[in-house]
Design a binder for this molecule. Structure first.
Ligand SMILES: O=C(O)CCC(=O)C(=O)O
Length: 276
C-alpha cells in the first residue's frame, strides 16, 4: 500500500481501482497530529480515572480478569465528546466516502478502541452482519491513533471479500478474541496486515472480512477511532445504530432492518451492537 497523500481529497484512478479490486483503501494522514493527540489525551484521561462512563463496553469497573476490562472499547464517543463528533462528521471523510460510494454518505456509529499491550483482538468478521444496512452495505473509516503493525494487534483485511454476501459467523477462539464471532478466510484468499501511521484512515467495504489478533507488544498501545457510515439512499439499518446523522449533525429517519438475517431465526437476538 502506498502512502500517497489525499490532501486534495480527489482520489486517483489507482486509488479508486484499489477500492474496486480489494474493497479497501488507506487515505494517509487524513487527520493531522494535533487532532489525533487531542483525541488520544481526552480519552486516555477519562479511561485512566477508571470510573464508569456511559458507552464503555464493558464498564471499566467490571470484574473481568483481563486488561480490556480496564481499557474497554468506547461505543459512540461522538455522543459525549465533541472532538469525536467532529471527526465522525469530518468533511474530508465525507468527500472520500462520496467518491467511493458514488453518493452522499451518512453516519451510523463511532467507536474508540484502546487495545493496550496484552489485550485480545477481534476475530475476523464482516461489519454489515451487525449494521444490516440494505440494500447496499455499510462502510468503515478506521483511523489509526497509534502506529499500526501486526505486533501491536494491527488490523488484517482479506482483499476481495467485499464481493461476498454476508456470512453467518462461527464461534471465535475465546483466548484470542474479545468478540464471539468468526468469519474465516475463504479458500484461496489471504488475510494481509495493514501498516498505518497515526492520522491515516483505512476505508473499507462493509462486506470485507477483517479483524485483528492480540496485541503482543510489551509497550505499544494500538488505539483507533472506528466510524461506520452508509449511503444516504439506504432503505434500512439495524435500529441499535439510531440516530443516523447527516454530515451537518442532523438526525435522519430510516427503517430498521429485520431480525434474523443470514443466520435465521435462532439469531434473532444477534443485532445487539454489544456482541460486535
Ligand atoms: O480494531 C480492531 O481491532 C477491530 C475493529 C473492527 O474490526 C471493527 O470495528 O469492525
Amino acid at each position: 500500500m502506498t502512502r500517497q497523500s489525499v490532501t486534495r481529497l480527489t482520489l486517483t484512478a489507482a486509488q479508486l481501482q484499489q477500492w474496486k479490486t480489494d474493497g479497501y483503501l488507506i487515505a494517509p494522514t487524513l487527520f493531522d497530529s494535533q487532532q489525533i493527540e487531542e483525541l488520544k489525551t481526552t480519552l486516555q484521561n477519562i479511561a485512566d480515572k477508571g470510573e464508569p462512563v456511559s458507552g464503555w463496553e464493558p464498564s471499566p469497573v467490571s470484574k473481568q480478569n483481563n486488561i480490556l476490562s480496564r481499557y474497554p472499547r468506547f461505543m459512540h464517543p461522538h455522543r459525549t465528546i465533541e472532538l469525536a463528533k467532529k471527526m465522525l462528521l469530518d468533511q474530508r471523510v465525507c468527500e472520500v466516502l462520496t467518491q467511493l460510494i458514488g453518493e452522499k454518505p451518512c453516519a451510523c456509529q463511532s467507536m474508540y478502541y484502546f487495545k493496550p499491550p496484552g489485550s485480545k483482538g477481534q476475530a475476523l468478521h464482516q461489519d454489515n452482519f451487525y449494521l444490516d444496512v440494505e440494500p447496499q452495505t455499510c462502510i468503515a473509516a478506521w483511523t489509526a491513533i497509534d502506529p499500526v503493525m501486526p505486533e501491536n494487534g494491527g488490523l488484517y483485511v482479506v482483499p476481495g471479500t467485499h464481493r461476498l454476501d454476508t456470512q453467518c459467523p462461527e464461534l471465535a477462539r475465546e483466548q484470542e478474541s474479545f468478540t464471539t464471532h468468526l468469519v474465516d478466510v475463504p479458500k484461496g484468499l489471504k488475510a494481509i496486515p495493514t501498516h498505518m501511521h497515526p492520522g491515516d484512515v483505512l476505508f473499507f467495504n462493509g462486506q470485507l472480512i477483517h479483524g485483528s489478533g492480540m496485541n503482543q507488544s510489551q509497550t505499544q498501545w494500538r488505539r483507533s477511532l472506528i466510524c461506520h457510515y452508509m449511503p444516504r439512499s439506504s432503505r434500512c439499518v439495524n435500529e441499535a445504530y439510531f440516530p443516523i446523522l447527516d454530515f451537518n449533525g442532523n438526525e435522519l429517519t430510516y427503517e430498521t432492518s429485520q431480525a434474523g438475517g443470514v443466520c435465521g431465526e435462532e439469531w434473532a437476538e444477534k443485532p445487539s451492537s454489544y456482541q460486535y
